[in-house]
Design a protein around this ligand. Sequence first.
Ligand code: SF4
Ligand code: SF4
Length: 293
Amino acid sequence: MLDLGFSSVGFAKAEVLTEDLAFFNSWMAKGFHAGKAYLERNPELRANPILMMPETKSVISGLISYYTAETLPESQYYKISRYAYGKDYHTVINAKQKQVVDYIAEQTSSKNTRAFVDSSPIFEKAWAKRAGLGWIGKNTLLLNQTTGSFHFIGTIITDIELEYDAPQAEKCGSCTKCLDACPTQALAPYEIDIRKCITHLLEQKNEIPTELKSKVNNYIYACDICQEACPWNQDLQPTKEEDFQISSSLMQMKKEDWEQLTEEKFTELFQNSAIERIKYAGLKRNIDFVRED
Ligand code: SF4
Ligand code: SF4
């Protein structure tokens, strides 16, 4: 997997994540999931990969950094989250994981191996933690000493037994920088209220409360404020993944180009990007919400 561009890989024994399920259920009961229907479905399945595939013996987690050396120039005024600078990570990581699944089938006795990236009900962060790839920070993200929190997590379940990694200790200590930086107070230690999170508000279809206009810090797609504030996200090595680099057409956008964005330009900029999911109308709505006049 390292040859395919994963920066860290770890292995965990498949079992039921009882504590993570209890935490998830209590988080849902508070309504912090913003009524997202897909989160309400199959909570037991999330915590138990054996329900997803009865033959499962092991879980393999892999991280791929999306931290680019370049960011969009400040002169553009509008900002998008780093994770959406390049191609849609689902496509990029699915292609890599398919190679891993094929490799396992060829090289071992495995008859059942499946791969996921942010697409199935599985506790991806919890499995990555169990597989020794880091700890869950107070910002609710998986933190890794090499990639900080600017990584995607790929998860593979398989029917072969492996040598398992030991989980790491939590290293947030007394830090509260992410909590202090969040402009909407969406974070409490280890818990997020998605209803207040700018990332969610810019991705959903309902009207964005006008009082948040001064708090979105010019983001028009998702938000990186809590991640940028984290000490573990400073001085990171940039990703080598070509597909996550910023395209030259995105780098060349100017403030007025965003404000006059046409559907044609949207397609040129964001074909095969995660931003495609909110479509032209969604991004235009966000730009109109953020713009100064
Ligand atoms: S993504 Fe932005 S709004 Fe959401 S918790 Fe982090 S800082 Fe707050
Ligand atoms: S900012 Fe501090 S508290 Fe928040 S995740 Fe990073 S290290 Fe942990």
